[in-house]
Design a protein around this ligand. Structure first.
Ligand code: HEM
Length: 479
């Protein structure tokens, strides 16, 4: 009898909770019916940026969903993003308190997952100033050329074979970003490199229950344990890098982002130049992790797409090669000084980042206060997903969004035109990517160097259906 009473009481409590939540959502943007407990969970699986485009057709360009027990608002048009992230930039400058990001960032002591706060402002300022020094055009170019020379040797050794270039591309990008972040380069076989690359990919396939049901965050579950197991050695690696930097530290010669952060920490301790409570050893380590992760994952993704697009569109690949041949020649690698004379290559980079956008839903945002959008109420702490993929594939803006066509960024005389506001692979507003300049320069240099030296094609009869699936290409040296 007591079991029946308990079950009925539980059901009543759950129903009342659900009803109160349903009423709270009355003034929020419309959306599909949220089922008790699961909400609209199925809409977040797979390529949710595509599901959201379909939902926008029914509910409008701002709609809300329930991810388990968590409210989510999706922004699906350029006007919605402009109003939220630019015009109400402070109200939409937060990050959601996800259990996964809490584990990965050692309690949100980093910059990318932390709240909009004075500590975040301080970190962002320090990172931007460190990048100005360490990712200057000259340094970026040097690192990119060293990395390219290594990979060129590797690719020559697999000429004419069908190869999956995944790890080669990872290695190429790591060898630009890691020297700038913490002064380390890797060869393909290096165990640390393989561990870091593996961890980066695996962390995203582990979403703990607490991400969806925050009140259950304390319960043990496999995804949470897996994430903790992955994060432990990853953090240890960065701890070791920071310790090594402390031993070699010379305040008159900060060599990379890690040295710059140690310098800022020492200045905070010695003369109060910065807030020391936001510059503990954990913060310092996590900021280096942000630069590493922010710089590697995205550019790797962009280059993988680029090579796939090139293999699918040999005529575009040949046009880029011909432009680089005539402007740069074959005796040196493409440099950043060549950018203004190679508009077709620049336009191709823009087009790669439009169609192959590395973060289709950006990094999730959260509202920092109760606010409104398009007349709808959005409570403080609501997760907000900017669907950048929708903007990049909006037929009203691009005409033929599913065609890979760099010419869309050029005028009739072949000059580069200003990019439309809807082109935003780095997102916009307060939290927009601080590595945009570096990301654009990296992609240009690495893509340019690869196309100068190689032609990429799909093996006969093989062409991937799914752009995100692993694929092989045949690499041919340009004579
Ligand atoms: C093609 C290259 C890149 C792309 C497409 C890209 C894209 C993005 C996007 C979409 C965001 C979320 C912005 C938002 O919430 O408004 C972001 C944030 C961030 N990115 Fe990048 N990124 C790239 C390269 C880089 C590089 C090279 C670095 C560092 C050197 C970097 C560091 C970061 C950091 C630290 C954040 C968090 C910013 C914050 O929360 O304040 N990214 N990036």
């Amino acid at each position: 009898m007591w079991l029946i009473t308990l079950s009925v009481s539980l059901l009543v409590v759950m129903f009342v909770n659900w009803l109160m939540d349903y009423i709270k959502r009355w003034r929020m943007p419309p959306g599909p019916f949220p089922w008790p407990i699961i909400g609209n969970l199925s809409m977040f699986s797979g390529k949710s940026h595509l599901t959201f485009i379909d939902l926008a057709k029914k509910y409008g360009d701002v709609f809300s969903l329930k991810r388990g027990m968590t409210d989510v608002v999706v922004l699906n048009s350029v006007d919605a993003l402009r109003e939220a992230l630019v015009e109400k930039s402070v109200a939409f400058a937060g990050r959601p308190h996800l259990q996964s990001s809490e584990i990965m960032s050692e309690g949100r002591r980093d910059m990318a997952y932390t709240d909009y706060s004075p500590a975040w402002k301080q970190h962002r300022k320090l990172v931007k100033s460190a990048l100005r020094e360490c990712a200057s055009d000259k340094n970026l170019e040097t690192q990119a050329h060293v990395a390219l020379r290594d990979i060129i040797d590797e690719l020559v050794s697999v000429e004419s074979q069908a190869v999956d270039l995944h790890m080669h591309i990872n290695n190429l990008v790591y060898n630009v970003v890691c020297p700038i972040a913490f002064g380390v380069r890797f060869d393909l076989e290096n165990e640390d490199f393989q561990h870091l690359a593996g961890t980066e990919e695996d962390t995203y396939s582990n979403s703990p229950v607490g991400d969806i049901y925050p009140s259950l965050r304390f319960l043990p579950n496999r995804a949470k344990t897996n994430l903790q197991k992955l994060t432990g050695p990853f953090v240890e690696y960065f701890k070791h890098q920071v310790d090594r930097h402390r031993q070699e530290f010379n305040p008159d010669n900060p060599r990379d982002v890690t040295d710059h952060m140690i310098k800022a920490q020492k200045e905070a301790e010695e003369d109060g130049a910065h807030d020391i409570t936001a510059l503990t050893d954990t913060h310092l380590r996590q900021i280096v992790v942000d630069v590493f992760s922010g710089g590697t994952e995205t550019t790797t993704h962009a280059l993988r797409w680029a090579i796939q697009f090139f293999a699918a569109h040999p005529e575009i690949q040949e046009k880029v090669a011909a432009e680089l041949d005539s402007v740069v020649g074959r005796d040196r690698l493409t440099g950043l000084g060549d950018r203004q004379n190679t508009p077709y290559t620049e336009a191709t980079v823009n087009e790669v980042l439009r169609m192959g956008i590395p973060d289709p839903l950006s990094l999730p945002r959260a509202t920092t206060q109760d606010t409104s959008l398009r007349g709808y109420h959005i409570p403080k702490g609501t997760m907000v997903l900017p669907n950048l993929w929708a903007l990049h594939h909006d037929p009203d803006i691009w005409g033929d969004p599913h065609t890979f066509r760099p010419e869309r960024f050029l005028d009739e005389s072949g000059k580069l035109m200003p990019k439309p506001f809807a082109w935003m692979p780095f997102c916009v507003g307060r939290r927009a990517c601080p590595g945009e300049k570096m990301g654009m320069a990296d992609t240009y240099l690495l893509l340019g160097g690869l196309v100068q030296n190689f032609h990429f094609s799909f093996p006969v009869g093989e062409r991937p259906d799914d752009a995100d699936a692993p694929y092989k290409v045949v690499v041919t040296c340009r004579k």
